[in-house]
Design a protein around this ligand. Structure first.
Ligand code: FE2
Length: 387
């Protein structure tokens, strides 16, 4: 097994229909001037933001609501949040929303206490001295941001989506209440499942060490997500399946299913490159489109890992390549996943930009690109993702 670190300093609370009760207990950790960070619609439409403001009031805290975070959160949205936090002398942040809101909250916690612009902190170029404490309440089962110290943000003028990776941005607490995703559209839920699956699948496939226990956990997580998303599409009120999806979303990126294998998140970087250029591509949609072309590329390098995984998922010994891709075709059709970048306005001409950006990123930040993908292979992956 590859030597590895595991550090999970998050007060993680999990319970169905209990977010309000638990928030009352955790609010004192955020002080008496709280910035509530949300997206533009969900927290307002279902009245959650008003409930939180009321809860803060009852606990003797002031709550200021910042609801300008969009999908693929932008540097300027984070910078505006940082300015508000400084001006209002905010003592703690509460992020209520999907992965974008959670990642933006993490980034705002940096700017609330530091000078400079947020982009300087991406890709481990700079580390903050201090951050504001913050709590997270996820409303989708997808990114796992509630349990880790990563924040992915977009720089629209540079056409780039990069990450902040810093132990200082672990949440002080996370409240995971699966009831909060009950109104989520079923096709969006399918996309969420692909984010969870690929967080575990990429390190499994690219793994180079016989980390038997970690790989066993990884296979079980992937199989469970596949089972539960199929159930939830038909039965949105199935509590057990929804609980499992939310739990797996955090566990997938906790390190427990990925460390020690020597594997890495190669395909996630390809997605970040594409949606850096095309902000209209939601993160999980990009992953869904890239997964099959990327697996075809990886078959030449990691055939054993891929066959091991799919034999387990399909309950069948010695599966063939054809059977693996037939299984994936059926899964994609059953849960209605996107398979081409064409529907997002991307054209063959754009591939050149993606490859150039890959070259730039992998040269500048080699620690994130453990094995470089050759240009001819990149071309094949992107061409197939555009069919
Ligand atoms: Fe992801």
């Amino acid at each position: 097994m590859k030597p590895f670190n595991l550090y999970l300093p998050v007060r993680y609370y999990f319970g169905f229909n209990l977010w309000e009760e638990k928030l009352k207990d955790f609010l004192p950790l955020l002080g008496d001037r709280i910035l509530l960070v949300t997206g533009k619609n969900f927290a307002k439409k279902y009245g959650y933001a008003y409930k939180i403001i009321e809860l803060c009031k009852n606990k003797g805290s002031n709550c200021i609501w910042y609801n300008d975070i969009s999908p693929n959160p932008k540097t300027y949205e984070i910078e505006k949040g940082g300015e508000i936090a400084k001006k209002e002398k905010i003592t703690g942040l509460l992020g209520f929303g999907g992965g974008s809101v959670m990642d933006a909250t993490k980034a705002i916690s940096i700017l609330a206490k530091n000078k400079g612009n947020i982009w300087e902190y991406t890709m481990m170029q700079k580390s903050p001295q201090e951050v504001l404490p913050f709590g997270l309440i996820p409303t989708t089962p997808a990114t796992g941001s509630e349990i880790n110290s990563t924040s992915i943000i977009s720089n629209v003028s540079e056409k780039r989506k990069w990450g902040i990776f810093d132990e200082k941005i672990f949440p002080s607490f996370s409240i995971v209440d699966p009831s909060l995703s009950e109104t989520l559209d079923r096709d969006y839920l399918s996309l969420c499942s692909i984010d969870i699956i690929t967080h575990v699948l990429e390190p499994f496939v690219t793994g180079r060490e016989n980390a038997e226990v970690i790989k066993g956990v990884a296979k079980f997580y992937i199989k469970k997500v596949i089972e539960e998303v199929k159930i939830l599409r038909k039965e949105p009120k199935n509590k057990k399946a929804r609980e499992n999806m939310h739990l797996l979303s955090g566990l997938a990126l906790s390190g427990i299913a990925t460390r020690g294998t020597g594997g890495f998140h190669e395909m996630h970087w390809l997605e970040h490159i594409v949606s850096g250029f095309f902000d209209n591509v939601p993160h999980p949609a990009g992953l869904s489109i890239l997964l099959i072309p990327w697996l075809k590329y990886r078959l030449n390098k990691n055939e054993n890992n891929i066959k091991e995984l799919f034999s387990y998922l399909m309950d069948k010994e010695n599966v063939s390549k054809e059977e693996i891709f037939e299984y994936l075709d059926n899964f994609y059709e059953e849960i209605n996943l996107p398979r081409s970048f064409k529907e997002y306005g991307i054209k063959e001409d754009n591939i050149e930009d993606f490859i150039r950006e890959y070259r730039f990123l992998s040269d500048k930040f080699p620690r994130f690109f453990v094995e470089k993908i050759e240009e001819k292979d990149l071309l094949k992956i992107f061409e197939e993702a555009l069919k």
